[in-house]
Structure formats: C-alpha cells, structure tokens
Design a binder for this molecule. Structure first.
Ligand code: BES
Ligand code: MN
Ligand code: ZN
Length: 505
C-alpha cells in the first residue's frame, strides 16, 4: 500500500473513493437531553448538494464512528467520516480515526483520497500528516506468514489531499518518510515477537538481526556466544541458558552518527530476549506458559527502536545490547537454590528459576555500562506483577535518575504512549538481599514484584550512569484498546516513545 500527498488540491483526487471529515456539535436544550447535529460547513458546495440529494433527512450527525456514503455527479463515491466534536480532536484521535477508516475501506476500494484539511490541528500540517501516516502504517499489519490463506487488502493507495500551499509539501514528505521508517520498524519488531519458539531461538534470532542491519548505514553488529559469555564471566546469563538446547547470544549493535565527537551523547539500550520462558525447574503451569514466546518482546522493542533511530540518523551514539536465550529444562538446567556469580562480581542465590529475566539483564546491564554510555535504558517483559499494577494499557517505568524519567515521560506523552513511574525504595532493595549470597533473585513476598525486580537490576548498573527500566509485560502483548494495534499478538508499544527520546536527545 502506497501513501501519497497532494498539496494545493481543491477537488477530489480519487474517482474511486473520496473521504471527507464531518464533525458533530451538541446543543444543550434546557431540561432536555443534548442533541447532536452535523457540522459540515467546510465542505464544498458540490459536496453539500450531493449529500442532501440522498440524505435529506439523514440521521448522520458526524459523531465518532458514524459514516455515510453518497455519490458525486461524476460517479465518485464520497465517504463522510464522523469525527465527533472538532475541538476535541488531538493527535491520538487522528490515529484512531485513521485506523478505523483503514479497516472500513481496505477490502472494498483500491485508490482512495482523503481530504485532511479539516483535521489539521493548530495549523500543524506535518504533525497531522505524521499522526495519520504513522497510524496507517501501524494498522496495516498482519502476521499471516503461517496462514495458507493470507490476509487480504484491496487498498493500493491513499492520497492525503489538502488545499495547503505546495511550499509546505516538502516537509510533509519528510514526515511521511519518517512515519514509514517507524512503521516498518514497529512491524519488524512485531514479526520477531510473533515468530514461534521453534523458529525464533537465540541463534536464529541473532542471524535475523545480523542480516537486517546490513541495510542500515553506520551500524555495526557483533554477537557473543557461549564461550564469549564465559570469558565475560556472565554467570547469571549463563545460568539461565544452562538448560537450553541452543547456545546463548548477546547481540551488540552500535550506531555512530556522522559527526561523532567526545561530547556526543551516548545512549545504550538493553533488551530481554527470552525466546521462550518455561520457568525452568520452577516450571510455569501450562496456562501461564502459553504465549511465553513473547518473553523476548523487550529485545524486539529495543531492536525496533534502534533500527528506526539509526535510519533517522540522529546526532547521538546508540549501543543496543540484546540478551538472547530460552529458559528451558534439561539435565543441565540450573536448580533453585543455586548460587552464581554475576559479571560485576556480586553473588546471587537463584531461589526461583522463573525469575530469569533479571539474571540475563543484570549481566547485560553491567556489560552495557562498560561501553561508557551517558544513559542506559532497558526494556523487558519482566514481571507478571506489572499486569496486576498497570494492566495491559500502561507501561511501568523505574529509574535512578529524575532527569531521565522526566525525559522518557515527556517522550511517551508526545507520542501518546502511556507510561507511569513506580518508585524503588530502600526497603525493597533490602528485600532482595540473601543471607548466604549478596543477592537473591526474588523478594520475600509477591508484593511490589515489579519495582523489586527493578531494585535487583539496579545492583548491576554502574555508578554515574543514568538508568531507566521499562517493564513492558503488560503493554508488549496485544493492545485491544488501540485500533492501530493488532487485537492479538505483539503490540509494538513503546517503540515510538524510545525513537522520540533518541531523536530528541
Ligand atoms: N516472563 C515472566 C514475566 C511475565 C509473566 C510476563 C506473565 C508476562 C506475563 C518472568 O520471567 C517471570 O516469570 N516472572 C515471575 C517472577 C517471579 C518468579 C518473582 C513472575 O512474574 O511470576
Ligand atoms: Mn520467568
Ligand atoms: Zn521471563
């Protein structure tokens, strides 16, 4: 599907289907229920007349979710799209409007034009195009590679048309390009998560990334295997991989900007890449094990964000560390009560082999800090408790830096992804201490499971490094509440926030 722009355009571009926005206004009559009425003053005379011909006593009020079809004299069909009250429209409403429109027309029309004039918020043409395009790319996603009958889409092109001056088209084109880069990255990340564990495991996962980065300029790839992890003394990471049929992989990517100086900001991303989490000897019950292929969503999120950022070429250095293994059981698997030594020298009593993500991440965080970044951000499907706290709608943020958490909250807010900060308190840090080792990998109660996991991770963040942890256990999977995310499978949520953060750092 192709997305096009037509500036300085006053008549419908498409003769197939032309979409126009319609709004509603509610009037409060004293003592009576408020009534909705159609607002279409921005339509052309021709449009208004054609509408009245077939809808003289229509119930169409331009409310959100409503739509009406009518023909123009030349046969072009017009689709009037109810967008609700005009003054309530924000960027997120545009994404939702676009997603719902796409779903309605994708199987019935091939070439569609969409008059976006009335939807331009605060004269921000590029911002509006950005939100619409981003949503369109995110909505046009299907994981159908294992279906013999593929997903259908008749739609070949959408043209956003506007009466805005041609001089503004260049910057709008740039925002289309950027939206495509981000949309492609989100799709790539979703594909990785949706891939089943018999296809995507540590070694195959690493190869997929190696192949993909070949097309990105200024990016270097390196992968560490089992022998390398032993040399690195990554005792925690190796303990998780002990029961696996596959060698672990630590993928190390770097993006260096063209103007790299000593002062260039360096951001490190770290992702949990558990290609399947059985729980290990602390085996998950069948129901909870289902869908644990998605336990690598943290790494897929970080890779997708890295991929998009590297293509957008910001003036920051980016390191991306992905810790890949599955958590399986065989005769070599780590037994609960084992004590291992982390890369940073701390000893850890593994009381529950299902609290494995923090073991992999802890060693990866220490490794990432050795690269001397200013900032380290990790993403992980780390705790079931995160779903209890914030549901599937809100991502949890924990940090050792007020500045970094404020920056991330700002970025998430500007792309309308929901992020909420949880504290890490000394009581929880104390609760992660063992009496026979420096640390234990679970707390003594199941309360505050999400920030206690963060308190554990912080033990592996080196002094002076600003660190933030994103627990995406809730938001990583299907986001049914968002029309531009699939109702089942990987969501791709948080990629846009991270890209925004890196490109505005
Ligand atoms: N991958 C899981 C967390 C998870 C659970 C994500 C459910 C999404 C849905 C993680 O490795 C895990 O098993 N965590 C345990 C930690 C516990 C043993 C302290 C959990 O949350 O139960
Ligand atoms: Mn687990
Ligand atoms: Zn896990």
């Amino acid at each position: 599907m192709e997305l096009k722009l037509a500036f300085n355009q006053t008549t419908p571009v498409s003769t197939d289907l032309h979409v126009v926005a319609a709004f509603s206004k509610s009037t409060e009559a004293k003592g009576k229920k408020s009534t909705q009425s159609l607002v279409n003053g921005h339509w052309s005379k021709e449009l208004k007349e054609a509408f009245l011909k077939v809808n003289s006593n229509s119930s169409f009020t331009g409310s959100q979710g409503q739509s009406v079809l009518f023909p123009l004299e030349n046969g072009t069909m017009v689709y009037a799209l109810g967008c609700g009250e005009k003054n309530k429209i924000k960027r997120e409403s545009l994404r939702k409007i676009m997603a719902n429109l796409f779903k309605k027309i994708k199987d019935s029309h091939s070439n569609v034009s969409f008059d976006i004039d009335a939807l331009i918020i605060k004269k921000d043409v590029t911002g509006t195009i950005d939100a619409l395009a981003e949503s369109l790319y995110m909505t046009n996603y299907a994981f159908d590679k294992y279906l013999t009958k593929k997903a259908t889409c008749k739609l070949e092109s959408i043209t956003f048309q506007t009466t805005e001056k041609k001089t503004k088209q260049k910057s709008a084109e740039k925002s289309l390009e950027n939206a495509k880069i981000i949309g492609d990255a989100v799709a790539f990340g979703r594909d990785l998560v949706n891939e089943p564990p018999n296809v995507l495991f540590s070694t195959s996962y690493s190869k997929i990334i190696e192949k993909d980065v070949k097309n990105i300029k200024r990016v270097k790839f390196k992968a560490l295997g089992k022998a390398d992890l032993k040399k690195e003394k990554m005792g925690m990471f190796l303990s998780v991989n002990a029961g696996s049929a596959h060698e672990p992989r630590l993928v190390h990517l770097t993006y260096a900007p063209a103007k790299l100086t000593k002062k260039t900001k360096h951001i490190a991303l770290v992702g949990k890449g558990l290609t399947f989490d059985t729980g290990g000897y602390s085996l998950k019950p069948g129901g909870s094990m289902m869908n644990m292929k998605y336990d690598m969503a943290g790494s897929a999120t970080m890779y997708a964000a890295f991929r998009a950022a590297a293509m957008l070429q910001p003036n920051v250095k980016i390191t991306c560390i992905l810790g890949m293994t599955d958590n399986a059981v065989n005769e070599h698997a780590t037994m609960p009560d084992s004590i291992v030594t982390a890369r940073n020298g701390k000893t850890v009593e593994i009381l529950n082999t299902d609290a494995e993500g923090r073991l992999v991440l802890g060693d990866c965080l220490d490794y990432a800090c050795d690269q001397k970044p200013n900032v380290v951000i990790d993403a992980a499907t780390l705790t079931g408790a995160c779903l209890v706290a914030l549901g599937t709608e809100v991502c949890a943020l924990m940090s050792n830096s007020k500045k970094l958490s404020a920056d991330l909250l700002k970025s998430s807010d500007s792309v309308d992804e929901k992020l909420w900060e949880l504290p890490i308190i000394d009581e929880w840090r104390d609760d992660m201490k063992s009496n026979i080792a420096d640390l234990k990998n679970i707390g003594s109660t199941r309360f505050a499971g999400t920030p206690k996991a963060a308190a554990f991770l912080q033990e592996f963040v080196q002094e002076g490094v600003d660190w933030a942890h994103l627990d995406i256990a809730g938001v990583g999977d299907s986001a049914k509440h968002l029309p531009y995310c699939p109702s089942k499978g990987a969501s791709g949520i948080m990629v846009r926030s991270l890209v925004h953060y890196m490109t505005n750092a």
